[in-house]
Ligand binder design. Structure first.
Ligand SMILES: *Cc1c(COP(=O)(O)O)cnc(C)c1O
Length: 377
C-alpha cells in the first residue's frame, strides 16, 4: 500500500514518529465543500474583543522580528494573575508548550501518563519525543485520579491533565487536583492544562495556579484561543517554577509569538469585560442546551456534565452519533464526531449563540423521534 510517510530508499523517520497519528482538527465544511456553521473547535461564538481587534493597528511592523520574550504581555499576565513574569513563558498556542513540556522532561524509555478521552495532543507530545504514552482508564468519561496514580512508576516523567477536560468537559475539583499532585513523586512533572480555565466559575477554581506558584513540579498552561477569541493568532502561556520556565525557554522557537499576536493578546487582556460576558454567555447557553438534550434521555441522548464551552453528548438509543452528525450537517452545522478518539458514540458540540443551540436541539429532537419510529433493523 502506498504510504505518504514512508519511502523505502529515502530518509527513514524515527519509529516513534511513524507511530504518530497527526492531529485531526475540527472541520468547517461538509464533505461536499459546503460551508457550515462551525461548532467543532470550541472557538468563541462572540468572536474577539473589539478592543483587541483595534490593537492590530498598533502591532510592530511585519518586517521586524517580534519581541522574543513577549515582555509587555508577560508583565500584563503577571499583573492580572498575580504571578511574577519571570515564571511565565509564552508559546505559539498552548499546544507548543504542551509539546515542549513533554520534550523537556521525557524521552525514549520514559512514560507519559494521561487519561483515556484526554486531549489528543498529549499522545502526539509524548510520542514525538520517543516517550511511551500510558493511558489511564476513565471514570464515566471523567478523569480518575486513582487510576492515573496506579500507573505512575519509576519510568513516569510527565502526567498531563486537562481541567476542564476536552473532549468530555469533565472537571476535577480542587481537592482531587491537590490529591493527585500530593501523591506524585517530586521528580514527576504534573502539567495542568487550563485551556478552558476561564469558563469555570471563580468559586470552583481548581487551585492549579496556586500549586504552580509553590511547587517545583507543576506547570499550568493557558491559552488565548478559547475565551479570548484569538485562536487564529496562536498564543498560549505557561507558568511554573523558574527552572521549568528556563527549560521551556531553552527549546522553544525564538520568535514563537508574532507581532500581531502579542498586540492582540495584550489588548484582549485589558478587556476583562469581554471575558466575563463570554463566560456568562457560555454558562447560560450551556445549561439551556444541556437541559434540552437531557430531555431527550428517553431516546438515549445523554449530555455529560461540562465545565467547558462545549457539551459531549452520548448517543445510547436508536439514534446513533454518526447519524446525528450527518443530520446536523444537513441542517447546516458541523460539530465534532470523535471515532478516532474512541468515542464513536458521542458528539462534542461547542456552545454557540442561543439561536444556533436552539436549532441544534430542535434538529436532534426531530432526528431522535424519527429514529424511534423507524422499524428496527
Ligand atoms: C483548545 C485546547 C488547547 C489550546 O490549544 P492552543 O494551542 O492554545 O490553541 C489546549 N488544551 C486543550 C485541552 C484544548 O482543548
Amino acid at each position: 500500500m502506498a504510504d505518504a510517510t514512508n519511502s523505502s530508499t529515502g530518509p527513514q523517520p524515527k519509529p516513534w514518529i511513524e507511530a504518530i497519528h497527526a492531529y485531526v482538527p475540527g472541520r468547517s465544511a461538509g464533505a461536499d465543500g459546503r460551508k457550515l456553521i462551525k461548532l467543532s473547535a470550541n472557538e468563541n461564538p462572540l468572536g474577539t474583543s473589539p478592543e483587541a481587534l483595534a490593537a492590530r493597528a498598533e502591532a510592530a511592523a511585519p518586517s521586524l522580528y517580534p519581541d522574543p520574550g513577549c515582555a509587555p504581555l508577560r508583565a500584563a499576565l503577571g499583573k492580572l494573575h498575580g504571578i511574577d513574569p519571570a515564571r511565565i513563558v509564552m508559546g505559539a498556542g498552548s499546544d507548543e508548550l504542551l509539546n515542549l513540556a513533554a520534550q523537556g522532561y521525557a524521552g525514549p524509555g520514559d512514560e507519559v501518563v494521561y487519561v483515556r478521552y484526554g486531549f489528543s495532543v498529549y499522545d502526539i507530545a509524548a510520542r514525538r519525543c520517543g516517550a511511551t504514552p500510558v493511558i489511564a482508564p476513565d471514570a464515566d468519561y471523567g478523569s480518575d485520579v486513582d487510576a492515573m496514580l496506579t500507573l505512575v512508576n519509576e519510568r513516569t516523567r510527565v502526567v498531563f491533565i486537562a481541567n476542564p477536560n476536552n473532549p468530555t468537559g469533565s472537571y476535577l475539583p480542587r481537592g482531587e487536583v491537590t490529591r493527585l499532585h500530593a501523591a506524585l513523586p517530586s521528580d514527576v512533572l504534573l502539567v495542568i492544562d487550563q485551556a478552558y480555565g476561564e469558563y469555570v466559575a471563580p468559586q470552583d477554581e481548581d487551585g492549579a495556579m496556586a500549586l504552580a506558584a509553590v511547587h517545583d513540579n507543576v506547570l499550568v498552561t493557558r491559552t488565548f484561543s478559547k475565551i479570548y477569541g484569538l485562536a487564529g493568532e496562536r498564543i498560549g502561556w505557561a507558568t511554573g517554577a523558574p527552572h521549568l520556565i528556563a527549560t521551556l525557554n531553552r527549546i522553544r522557537l525564538p520568535f514563537n509569538v508574532s507581532n500581531n499576536g502579542q498586540a492582540l493578546a495584550l489588548a484582549a487582556l485589558d478587556d476583562q469585560q469581554f471575558v466575563e460576558m463570554s463566560r456568562l454567555h457560555n454558562q447560560t447557553e450551556r445549561a439551556r442546551f444541556a437541559e434540552r438534550v437531557a430531555a431527550l434521555g428517553n431516546h438515549g441522548l445523554r449530555p455529560l456534565p461540562s465545565e467547558a464551552n462545549f457539551v459531549l453528548i452520548l448517543f445510547e438509543g436508536a439514534l446513533c452519533a454518526e447519524q446525528a452528525y450527518e443530520g446536523l450537517m444537513q441542517a447546516g452545522y458541523i460539530v465534532r464526531w470523535l471515532p478516532g478518539q474512541g468515542l464513536p458514540q458521542a458528539l462534542r458540540v461547542t456552545i454557540g449563540t442561543r439561536e444556533q443551540m436552539d436549532a441544534i436541539a430542535d434538529a436532534l429532537a426531530a432526528m431522535a423521534q424519527s429514529a424511534a419510529k423507524a422499524p428496527a433493523k
